[in-house]
Design a protein around this ligand. Structure first.
Ligand code: HAM
Length: 419
């Protein structure tokens, strides 16, 4: 019996794998304009790192981590998100001493033991950015503007940016207390089982529960905005005004509290109306106490992560880059010349492949068609004798012969080459 893959883990075959590469390349291009540099951290970390950063009472830490002992009995966890590992690396490498503000991005697989469904996997991929070392609301605004620019560069337009301010260590405890008092007054049995449990352990999460019953019961709950201290209010107002100046489609959402404990002040999510229940394509926020709580310097930070599988759902399978050519070498002599010409075409920046083995003309043409190439280049016995190549445009059927030496120029001039 053959061995199947693990539930919630996917093989990434083309064209999906190409799509992921294009997303990453687009991210690199946009992020580098803002001074972001790439960091790659390990997939495995000590479990304590996630417990201390994401928070003991969160769903991620309580229910969703892949945690196991190594051969010496130390508890290790496959990273459920990138932020904690980036903070550990930032502290361990002493990056705070090297530069006032560090702008770091990372991409790769994350692991959460969730119930798989459309847009929710147990192994999924994030594009993750962190801006460390600045308390300024300009850092929040720049990061969010960069995120939206990236999503626009991918061709995604119909997205909503939701924002909230979670307050700080000064004002949030007052809000939490007011919320707790309110929740203790509601009928516990009317809440979903998760929220009934969360009332005492993590009351803020009750606010963003999607169950209609819980939502109705929290409609009149205290709102964060009414408890934000003057500094938090001013911070948030500046962020909002910078985003409004960029005409971003923003929406204030008093229920947006996020599922990870490290956030303070600005929090945000980008949601799409067209990919089903798992609608958040990106999420993030500010986390000023996190680095210090992990034993590092008192450096503030703000960041976000995009879910690549969800972006892929929005992008669909379109926009594939077509190869420029498929080169057919008929008979031994034709194949030898085709082989040499294929190397020259690639050296000139054109993309394509050739047939390695003999076959009937029709079946080879079928292969050329299947490859998706714009042009089929044919070198048969006549072409070999003349040093020519026949070029057939596979969309229009138009065909012509020309010297092999002119093929590069012709393909480039007829606009078949990808830019
Ligand atoms: P998060 O909201 O947990 O935040 O995840 C960010 C994004 O990852 C989500 O909006 C979603 O698109 C994607 N995602 C999460 N779980 C799954 C899953 N099981 N399957 C597919 N996609 C998923 C964080 O992870 C924070 N570390 C973001 C951050 C960075 N905050 C500050 N810096």
């Amino acid at each position: 019996m053959s061995i199947a893959r693990i539930k919630g883990f996917a093989d990434m075959l083309p064209p999906r794998s190409d799509q992921f590469t294009r997303m990453e390349n687009c991210a690199r291009d946009i992020f580098s304009r803002y001074g972001f540099v790439e960091l790659r951290t390990p997939l495995l970390e000590f479990t304590e790192l996630f417990q201390r950063s994401i928070g003991e009472e969160t769903d991620v830490v309580q229910k969703e981590m892949y945690t196991f002992p190594d051969r010496k009995g130390r508890s290790l966890t496959l990273r459920p998100e990138a932020t904690a590992g980036v903070m550990r690396a930032y502290i361990e490498a002493g990056l705070a001493n090297r530069e006032a503000v560090s702008r770091l991005f990372t991409t790769g697989p994350m692991f959460r033991y969730e119930r798989p469904q459309k847009g929710r996997m147990r192994q999924f991929h994030q594009i993750n950015c962190e801006c460390l070392g600045s308390q300024s609301p300009l850092a929040d605004a720049e990061l969010i503007i960069m995120l939206m620019r990236f999503l626009r560069a991918l061709g995604l337009g119909e997205l909503t940016l939701k924002l909230n301010s979670l307050g700080c260590a000064e004002c949030r405890p007052r809000f939490k207390e007011a919320l707790l008092n309110y929740l203790r007054g509601v009928d516990r049995h009317a809440l979903c089982p998760d929220c009934a449990r969360r009332v005492e352990s993590n009351p803020l999460r009750v606010l963003d529960c999607k169950q209609p019953g819980c939502r109705a019961l929290t409609d009149n709950a205290p709102r964060l905005a009414d408890y934000n201290c003057p500094d938090c209010k001013a911070h948030f107002e500046t962020v909002l005004s910078m985003l409004r100046a960029e005409e971003l489609p923003l929406e204030l959402d008093h229920r947006l509290v996020r599922g990870l404990d490290y956030y303070c002040r600005t929090t945000f999510e980008v949601v799409s109306g067209s990919i089903g229940a798992q609608s958040a394509v990106a999420g993030g926020g500010r986390y000023d106490g996190l680095i210090r709580s992990l034993g590092g310097p008192d450096a503030p930070g703000v960041g976000f992560a995009c879910g690549m599988e969800r972006l892929a759902l929005l992008l669909g399978d379109g926009a594939e880059q077509r190869p420029d050519f498929y080169l057919l070498g008929m008979e031994e002599g034709g194949r030898m010349q085709a082989f040499a010409l294929a190397q020259k075409l690639r050296a000139a920046g054109l993309r394509g492949e050739m047939n390695f083995s003999a076959g009937g003309f029709k079946s080879l043409m079928r292969q050329a068609g299947k490859s998706g190439a714009r042009c089929c280049l044919i070198i048969g016995p006549d072409e070999v004798a003349r040093g020519d190549v026949s070029i057939k445009h596979l969309d229009s059927g138009e065909q012509r012969s020309l010297p092999q030496a002119d093929a590069i120029l012709y393909l480039k001039q007829t606009g078949t080459a990808n830019d």
